[in-house]
Ligand binder design. Structure first.
Ligand SMILES: CCCCCCCC/C=C\C/C=C/C(=O)SCCNC(=O)CCNC(=O)[C@H](O)C(C)(C)COP(=O)(O)OP(=O)(O)OC[C@H]1O[C@@H](n2cnc3c(N)ncnc32)[C@H](O)[C@@H]1OP(=O)(O)O
Length: 281
């Protein structure tokens, strides 16, 4: 098993360092004592999820799985935004091929993170709307800093979250709360998110949040990793399999939906109303 010897650990750390130099959008470091990896999203300015960032997250998760990571903390380099969700400018008047790849990579990220064999924590150190909430939801535990927002606001933008994301929300906060939250596209303040169980703990600083995240990961120190991951797979597997079966069909519907003029009009309005940067006419 990886990390059993100092040599293995050193090898993995070097490997990750080398890897991180190749990935400017996701910085990965490994705590040599605990073996926990921290993946920091660093796409300026709001970690909006375009194809390049999604691809790098997907590769990172693949490498962590391959190297039998002991635990992952996912966080943001920004002190204001964890991730602003899908890059709305890339969804506007898009190239169909790029959109296809983008959606398919988003599905891969969900499958790899929601289904990872190692334990995962999101340190939500900034706003986390839509795809930002998706990243946090696919982790096993969420520690959030005060005075930010989190939630699935897709309904406000003019579409429904896909089934697998609805499953993730339902599995976290229960069906009743999920129905209220998703149909209204609610964005919750940190304290509200804590009350409904969308986040597990609140922290006052990033350092405190990292400490809480490590405490969560340390809970598994004495649990055999294969027993832990088999149990996680039993709990999450059906939702992942449902997406795997429907992956290509969903990509087709998504491309049709996003390239439709009605969606493009409502996206244009949303950008003009909500984002500082405007569309070039
Ligand atoms: C089966 C078929 C199904 C089809 C249906 C499709 C379903 C898709 C479903 C789910 C997956 C996920 C979807 C999404 O993620 S959609 C994206 C939704 N995101 C948002 O609504 C967030 C919008 N942004 C904000 O609310 C705020 O920007 C903020 C709270 C994140 C941060 O606020 P603040 O700190 O005040 O920063 P600014 O508003 O000033 O923004 C800074 C900077 O960043 C730009 N920006 C913000 N968000 C985005 C974004 N999502 N994409 C691209 N760019 C973004 C903003 O314009 C500013 O730019 P600048 O002026 O040039 O600095």
């Amino acid at each position: 098993m990886a990390f059993r010897t100092a040599r293995n650990l050193a090898y993995f750390s070097n490997y990750i360092r080398n890897y991180s130099t190749n990935g400017p959008l996701v910085n990965v470091t490994v705590n040599e004592k605990s073996g926990f990896a921290t993946a920091t999203l660093q796409r300026p300015s709001v970690n909006s999820l375009n194809l390049e960032l999604l691809t790098e997250i997907s590769h990172t998760l693949q490498q962590l799985e391959k190297n039998k990571c002991r635990g992952l903390i996912l966080t943001s380099a920004s002190n204001k935004v964890f991730s602003a969700g899908l890059d709305l400018f890339e969804l506007h008047k898009p190239n169909a091929d790029k959109i296809k790849q983008m959606w398919s990579t988003l599905q891969e990220v969900w499958i790899k993170l929601y289904g990872s064999s190692y334990p995962t924590v999101a340190v939500v150190n900034g706003h986390a709307p839509a795809g930002g909430c998706m990243l946090a939801l696919s982790c096993e535990y969420r520690v959030m800093l005060n005075n930010f927002i989190i939630g699935l606001n897709e309904a406000q933008i003019g579409f429904s979250a896909p089934m697998w994301l609805i499953d993730g929300m339902r599995n976290t906060i229960g069906s009743r709360q999920a129905e209220f939250a998703l149909t209204a596209g609610t964005l919750f303040k940190t304290e509200e998110a804590l009350k409904i169980g969308l986040v597990d703990e609140v922290a006052q600083s990033k350092e405190e949040a990292i400490e809480k995240a490590e405490k969560f990961l340390n809970k598994f120190a004495k649990i055999p990793p294969h027993a832990r991951s088999m149990t996680k797979a039993a709990l999450r597997g059906a939702n992942i399999q449902a997406l795997v079966r429907n992956k290509d069909e969903e990509v087709r519907s998504y491309v049709d939906f996003v390239t439709d003029s009605q969606f493009q009009d409502s996206l244009g309005e949303f950008i003009e109303l909500n984002l500082k940067q405007k569309l070039s006419k």
